[in-house]
Design a protein around this ligand. Structure first.
Ligand code: FE2
Length: 403
């Protein structure tokens, strides 16, 4: 087996650039059940920005705002609105990660840098390369640091009032990027050649389309399978799709959604709804079709097959899937493959611009991305998009690329 030239331990954190980090922190804690566990700003010796570290299980979000207009964070927010800036990954050797990726063509943003803790808790080594749009990947080496998250972070000062209740979200499952028409394969090549990822799934416009709009998607995965990056591009269709709409309002490529894992999607979604998180509504037809498909498997004595009729190591999963009526009420979708099944739902967009949203996912064996759910999710997003007025740029069809 080839040597992994970029061994990645896991997700480190996701940094969002936002207009008002204090208010965003309140939203992620009270709506999504994250706990604010760290703060950096004027009170901790940082002069130009404020950051809040939000945590739920192993998921770490850093919400950062600039304190003045002449600042890269302000420029990002002016152009894109609030959104994901840095998908940071934990590595053992940030210097090697930077060297290996830039040698293979990555654009360097921050050379390997030691960030020393003024309070004697050691240091972090950080290096950053560019990804699609204005998104970057930082490599974080933290084995010489013993403090809270990063130098200059301290316990948050305000902890009065009701404490947010954890909603069971415990891990980032995958992070999806939207890129321009014709660019998906460029970014597939980037993750393959520059970062040593492998293609794990592929959805083309034959699978994922409505009567009018379509998308293409390829899923790139790190050597250990922990990091998954699906990359979407718009596909040829009679009408422009949600991907075109995203690219218009985000003013370029960027992160479309972050999927967060739970072990109990029913209780997580029920709680998030109670805390004000809105999800895409379900379609009755989807559940009646699914019920028919599952009943067919049972009638034909093929219940040792997965929800899509693939064998699952001779074990029946049908009885383990939660009650479809209950899933239908919440709008949770079901899919499966030869390893098990998965349950998924999309929350509505969390920004004013039609850009970033979150997905909640429960995996029971299945490590893939179900074609059936992907299609249903795409259709649900198209229905949402069709409820919004479309500017001139989004009228008309998506033509084939001359290539
Ligand atoms: Fe997803």
């Amino acid at each position: 087996m080839a040597v992994d030239f970029l061994p990645i331990n896991d997700w480190d954190h996701i940094e969002f650039y936002v207009g008002n980090a204090k208010q965003a922190a309140f939203f992620y804690s009270h709506a999504f059940g994250f706990q604010c566990v760290g703060y950096a700003g004027l009170e901790t010796g940082v002069l130009d920005h404020t950051s809040y570290l939000m945590q739920s299980g192993d998921i770490r979000f850093v919400l950062t705002s600039a304190l003045r207009s002449n600042h890269p964070v302000s420029e990002f927010v002016r152009k894109h609105g609030d959104g994901v800036k840095d998908i940071a990954l934990t590595v053992d050797d940030a210097e090697a990660a930077y060297r290996e990726t830039t040698k293979r063509g990555a654009r360097g943003i921050l050379e390997p840098t030691i960030i020393e803790d003024p309070n004697g808790n050691g240091y972090i080594k950080k290096a950053t390369i560019a990804a699609y749009g204005d998104v970057v990947h930082s490599f974080i080496e933290r084995h010489n640091f013993h403090g809270l998250f990063m130098p200059r972070f301290k316990e948050p000062p305000f902890m009065t009032g009701t404490r947010p209740v954890n909603a069971g979200l415990y891990r980032i499952d995958h992070i999806v990027g939207n890129v321009e028409l014709g660019q998906m394969n460029e970014w597939v090549r980037f993750y393959e050649e520059v970062m040593g990822f492998k293609l794990s799934d592929h959805f083309d416009d034959e699978h994922i389309k409505t009567e009018y709009a379509a998308l293409m998607s390829k899923v790139m995965q790190s050597g250990n399978g922990f990091i998954k990056f699906p990359i979407n591009e718009p596909a040829v269709g009679k009408r422009k799709s949600q991907i075109d709409e995203y690219l218009l309002y985000n003013e370029g490529p960027g992160v479309q959604h972050i999927a967060l894992r739970t072990d109990d999607i029913i209780s997580t979604v029920t709680q998030l709804q109670a805390q004000g998180v809105q999800f895409l509504p379900s379609v009755l037809r989807y559940y009646t079709d699914l019920e028919d498909a599952l009943q067919r498997l049972i009638n034909e004595g093929r219940e040792t097959l997965g929800p899509l009729g693939h064998p699952i190591h001779g074990e029946s999963y049908l009885g383990k899937i939660p009650d479809l009526g209950h899933l239908g009420q919440l709008g949770v979708l079901v899919d499966g493959d030869d390893e098990g099944y998965l349950l998924q739902i999309f929350a509505k967009i969390v920004e004013d611009r039609p850009t970033l949203f979150f997905e909640v996912i429960q995996r029971e064996g299945s490590r893939g991305f179900g074609t059936g759910t992907f299609k249903a999710l795409f259709e649900a997003l198209e229905r949402e998009k069709d409820a919004r007025v479309q500017p001139d740029e989004l009228q008309g069809s998506v033509a084939a690329m001359a290539m």
